[in-house]
Design a protein around this ligand. Sequence first.
Ligand code: NAP
Length: 483
Amino acid sequence: MVSRVIPVEVFDLVIFGGTGDLARRKILPGLYRRYLAGQIPENARVIGAARTDLDDAGYRQFVNDAICEFVKSSKHDKAHIDAFVSHIHYLPVDALGDAGWNELAAMMRPDVIRAFYFSVAPRLFGPLAERLHDHEIADGDSRIVVEKPFGRDLKTAKALNGVLAESFDEKQIYRIDHYLGKETVQNLMAVRFGNILFEPLWNSQYVDHIQITVAESVGVGGRGSYYDKSGAIRDMIQNHLMQLLCLIGMEPPSEFEPDAVRDEKLKVIRALDAPDPKDIVRGQYRAGDDTASYLTDAENPESKTESFIAMKLGISNWRWKGTPIYLRTGKRLRERTSEIAVVFKDPPHSIFGEQEGRRGNVLVIRLQPNEGMNLRVTIKEPGPGGMRLIEVPLDMSFAEALADGDDIPDAYERLIMDVMRGNQTLFMRGDEVEAAWAWTDPIIEAWESAGKKPVEYDPGGSGPDDSLMLLHRDGRRWREIKA
Ligand code: NAP
């Protein structure tokens, strides 16, 4: 089969924070996998930059170790790793000082794409942008990749957008939300806009409700004090779940182009109703038999931060008015799983008799584990004995559907390649991030002024009982949290 992958031009990619956790676990292994896929041009360079004093050889060893730890062993071919690390360089650079900047400026090559990945703490995003500009390291075609979190409220997000805008045009800024890089998330758009089948049904007339669940089985231990300053709403709802909601809810863009897609997503955020406080459930996990409580993990016995949130939302536009959207995310739940379920209404009348029931179709888009989709349909139970109906999933697991199935590109590697191709479709625009904060801020302010503690929930379950009630009282139920 002829490859239809768009080739990438020669680039210099500088990873600020090149010695950090994200670089080690995701960015560098991802680049190696793209190298194996033949997508790293021959003269491309990846330059790690951080304060740690390393030379090229030392950093190449670091990259080698990261590959051995985070890329599956069948891909640990020494010749390939050696060839890949020959693209790798390192420069000690201090984002807050003068060290390294002249050297970095001298290292840049003309006529190649320059990209700068800000894989550092958010307080360094602004200083990095300023220094890149002041030292004339970035040119008009350079790109910066900005990690999350992008601000902690509307004010700080606006301030950061302002600082970045002093040195870079919006078309140069790639605000990353790695959920958008997932295969399934893009497939959601392919399914919606590449088929005639779903679009006529994709509205409040046919969709009963939508559930978005992002459940994690781990607690916040290790990063508890950091997490305690954000909580589930800032850490997950404002960005990841909001982005998923946008892709589910948006109108068909006129073309699959960055601004056409992002304009439509923005309209969804702007049409989101402010949730009624009684439609929000906040929780904190208790201690388990061998797991600590949230309060212990957060090292804050008085904490009022939520490790779980469930909420019911409405979108005030013609397409969605009347279809509730239920969001749920939390730590220390039964399984690590993320999915979107579009639950269609029951057929209006059962010709098979009421005892066979009327069953709605459910389209489930699974983000993890086992990225894929399935559509629950009703069929006749095989065999004689009359018309007995059963529900079966039409299942499409991407791992099985793709030739080298267990090799679906990780979200980060796909997004990095999009940066090199100059494609911003899967990155958040500044106004989108601000609109998301503008919606989130009043919710947080109301909690802070009420000063209420979240309710407790048992570890290993599906969150507080109140979250189950959120759907029960509407005659609905959450899908089971299972991997
Ligand atoms: P990390 O492990 O703490 O790494 C931070 C990096 O920044 C290190 O390489 C550190 O190296 C460098 N650094 C610190 N101060 C610096 C300075 N003044 N100048 C230059 N470099 C400096 O953090 P991380 O987990 O990789 O996270 C990086 C970013 O990604 C954060 O914004 C985080 O929110 C985001 N993120 C991370 C993950 C994840 O899974 N880790 C997931 C999503 C988002 P030196 O100490 O050598 O300078």
